[in-house]
Each structure stands twice: as C-alpha cells, then as structure tokens.
Design a protein around this ligand. Sequence first.
Ligand code: UD1
Length: 417
Amino acid sequence: MSVWTINGGNKLFGDVKAQGSKNAVLPIMAAAIITGCETELINCPELSDVGAAMDILRHLGCKAERRDGAVYIDSRGMNRTDIPHELMREMRSSVIFLGAILARAHRASISYPGGCELGARPIDLHLAALKSLGADIQEQGCNINCFDSGLIGTRINLKFPSVGATENAMLAACAAKGETVITNAAREPEIVDLQEFMRKLGVNISGAGTSVVTIDGFGTRRSVKHKIMNDRIVSATAMCCVAVTGGSITLNEVVPADFETAMAALEYMGCDIERGECTVKITCNTALRACYPIVTRPYPDFPTDIQPLLMAACLTAAGTTEFTENIFENRYRHVPEMCKLGADIVVEDRVARVTGVKRLQGAEVSATDLRGGAALVAAALGADGRTVIDDNGHIARGYEDFDRLLANLGADLSYRA
Ligand code: UD1
C-alpha cells in the first residue's frame, strides 16, 4: 500500500525539469525489438510502467537494463513471441508489443491488457489494423493469437484516432511488403517521437503528427541512441498544482505547444503564463475564476489525461466549470474522492459540473487511477489540514519521484511506497 500524507497550504516556488514521457517511452521500448538491435534510450523516466515493459522485454529473451537514467535494450537474442497474462495485466500499453512482435517474428500470443480501469478499453481498432495488413488473428477467451505469412502494405483507415492503435499499426507495418498508409491516425506528440525513433532504426516512415502516416519498410539494421521527449502531462500537472496552491514555478526543457490547451485554460482562470522557446513560467497570485467548458478530445484538443488535474484547479475557483469527458467512460473516479475534501461536483453521464467552494478540508481519500491520483495530490496541496491518500501504486506508474518534485517546490508532504 503506498500512502501520501499532505499538509496543505504551502505555495509552490522553484524550477522543474520535466521527466521523460511515459506515453512516448512505452511504444518506443516495444519498437526496440522490431529490427533486432541494440538501443540506448536516454531521459527514460523511472516508472513502474517502464519496469513492466522491461519485464516483458526480458521475458521475450531481450536484455533490458537501467543505468544512470538510461535504459539499454539488446533485442538481438529475442527468442519468444508470447507475453503471459501476469505481464500483460500490468499495463494497457503492453498491447503495443503485439504489432512489434509480429513485425519481428510473424507470430505473437498475448492476452487482453490491463492498466487503469477507465471503463471499457477495447482493442478492436488495434486488431482491425493488423488484420488489414494480412495478420490472421484468433481470439480464444482472454488470449489473442496472431500469425502472418508475410504482411502486405495497405491502407488502414482508423475508425477513431486511437493512440495505441496508430502505434501498433506503425510497428507492424514496417515489416510489411510495400507501402502502408494509416489514415485518421492519432496526432499526439508521442507518436512523432515514436516516428523519430523508428527512423533511427532505419524505417521509412513519415507523416506522424498529422492524420496520415506512411510506412514503407526498413533499410539497414542499426543500433540507436534516442532521447525520449519530455512529458507534457507531467508539465501540465505541475502547472495545475501551482494553480491550486498559488506561487510561481518555471518548467524547463519543455515544448510549450505540446500542452497549449492546458495553459490556455489556466490563463483564462487567472494564472499568469510566460511561454519561452523551451520554458514556461506560471505565476498564480490571485483568486481564480472558473474555466470555460472543457471538452476532452484527441490531440490537439484538450487531453483526457489533464482533465482530472484541471478539475483540481477548478475546485476553489469562483463559479462553475463544466467538463465533458469524451475519451474514457470511467474517467470521473476521482470525483467522489474530491467531494470528500469538500468539493462541489455533480456528474451526469459524461458531464461533470464543478462549482468552486471557498476552502477544501483535508480528509482520507483513495486514488483509483494514475491521473485521478495525481489530481487528488494537487487538490490536497490546497486543502486545509492533512490529507491522507492511499494510492495503491497508481501515481508511480506515471510520475517519477513526484513527492520529491513537489517537496523541492515547497510542499509539505511525505510518501511511503
Ligand atoms: C493513450 C495514452 C493515455 C491517454 C489515451 C488518450 C499511452 C501509453 N496512453 O492510451 O494516457 O489517456 O491515449 O489520449 O499512450 N478505443 C477503442 N478501440 C481500440 C482502441 C481504443 O474503442 O481498439 C477507444 C478507447 O476505449 C478510448 C479511446 O478509443 O475510449 C481512446 O483510446 P486510445 O487513444 O487508444 O488510448 P490508449 O492508446 O489506450
């Protein structure tokens, strides 16, 4: 059981160096097997999800080890094509290994993936993409067995721009004969980072960051070194924490455009934001007002991952903010916990209406998922008195040393893993 104890009320001041991105590193670790080479990933965040991906790589017969903030992967000796259920259930992103294993070995067996319980998280789009490349997929209960006798490049039109399905299709398609064009592809910055990495591996790929991604095989196998992009969700999290507590922090080595929708919302609420080329300074020294309606949609619109965090900032903002969650059906599981702190939130189907209260009061709460857990930490930093959060390891899946980051900024808290 991992527990946070937070004494709210301290303003946050200081500098933050964003960590490497969880959502970028996980598909890149899967991609590290496609050509059978050595890979050095620097700026690799130390997260339990990264540990889970390393366990999968080792199970497959690859070497995977962490040294000084980098992860080294040697996939030359890969000798298995299955991922057992115990490893699959650790995180949803394990499904990305399906396309990667198939590209490398023409067969793969996995079970349905785990991860945050954010409602139904089907993988039909992943499987449809692999099928259109010519993979034969058989589902038996929880198991998925996949074979191919030579993938063929084709046009894959995703019904919805799923991040994971786009990545799986990119990975499988690099072993296909001829060109593959993915349309209605997800446009998240992490997909651009995956493309950069695949290019270094020798894959002919273009278009990531737009709705059309084209892949046309790979050339010479080479070993690569790649710096993982910084985590835009962690940057937005730190900013939301300052919006809750007041104070001023500077984020370094960031790409401000990657989390512009979050900054625009915080700015509207009354935070002062200075955007540099690769820095962002947020200062918050006035009472906030409610935000305009927030509707979560695929990038470049407002990210579902930042919805709970912005909600934390709205809990004491004057007026009512309406959130509409369009991506995950269960992404309001933090709401009852926030209400234990005295928040006024009414949920009706996909819509949550948050009316700012004067003060929040510390309480005992439970984190039920990664971003919802971080949002509870943010809310607790602004609450009167002490909040104890039982987080069941959720926050460590996506935030590296989050307690130290906040303590360095002046928060009064302790964390027991
Ligand atoms: C990724 C991110 C996660 C983020 C999410 C949406 C990683 C490791 N995780 O998750 O942090 O919250 O994008 O931005 O990058 N869907 C289907 N069928 C499918 C696939 C998805 O119906 O085959 C649905 C999902 O149930 C969900 C929506 O599409 O409602 C978005 O899912 P997707 O974009 O695939 O998210 P993930 O890749 O799982």
